[in-house]
Design a protein around this ligand. Sequence first.
Ligand code: DGL
Length: 292
Amino acid sequence: MSVLPHPQPSAQQPIGVFDSGIGGLSVLAALRRELPHERFVYLADSGCAPYGEKGDAYVTARSLAIARWLLARHGIKALVVACNTATAAAVEALRAELPGLPVIGVEPALKPAAALTRTGHVGVLATRGTVHSGRFARLRGAHEGREVRFSVQACDGLAHAIEQSTDAEPAPAAAAQARTAALCARYVQALGRFGSEPGAIDTLVLGCTHYVFAREQLRSLVGPQVQLIDTGEAVARQTRRMLEATNTLAPDAPRDEPAALLFTTGVLPALQAAAGRWLGLPPQACTLLPEL
Ligand code: DGL
């Protein structure tokens, strides 16, 4: 595979962000709060979603194609992989193929969960790809022990149902929302007992960026005393540190370009609906990209 020449990044260039679909918008929201002077280019690979059940070779090939497109078309200065599944499968390949480009990945928040749990029992929801990855096994091994144990559930179909919940047509959207609720109930039940009593799960890790958009359903299933943890804020802070280290933080100055450009390889109105609902962005911020 050829290595793309990468010019020295400058502070004015945008940050690239991608996910298999709309899930990474939860990370983009945190990035925009943490880094209000930056420009972002977001790619939702909804035409190829979900990644979680497709296997590493496929996810790595998609991740490399997207990263190259973001570099070639938008000259990004850093890349945020706003997808646990793509990070698990492809972050090493991205760093090897695109040397000089800072790459920030996301991984399920096992470390903060281990620090927060009082009962010593943490639940983890993630995609099949993430759960079966070597990266996840190493992460789990680093934080599980006598004090803390993890119950882990691979959630086939859940990211896909959440993805389809933003369908512009009301009937399919309602059907997908019902599927999302049913899958949340099934997977939460499979994890075991929730609560603050000894042995119960008192901390639930949302190990897929899509699941943040099912937070309310999950909250109502596990009860008010359980802590739900995602990684958006931590990834945004890590991105800031990376930009500071490479001296590429955007200056606090007025700019002409829009603060966020969004692209999808899937259905444009679905991305527009999600971007409007969760980030307050206008439909014109979104563009269809069928050819990638
Ligand atoms: N949002 C992704 C993640 O964080 C992947 C969802 C999928 O496409 O399966 O894992």
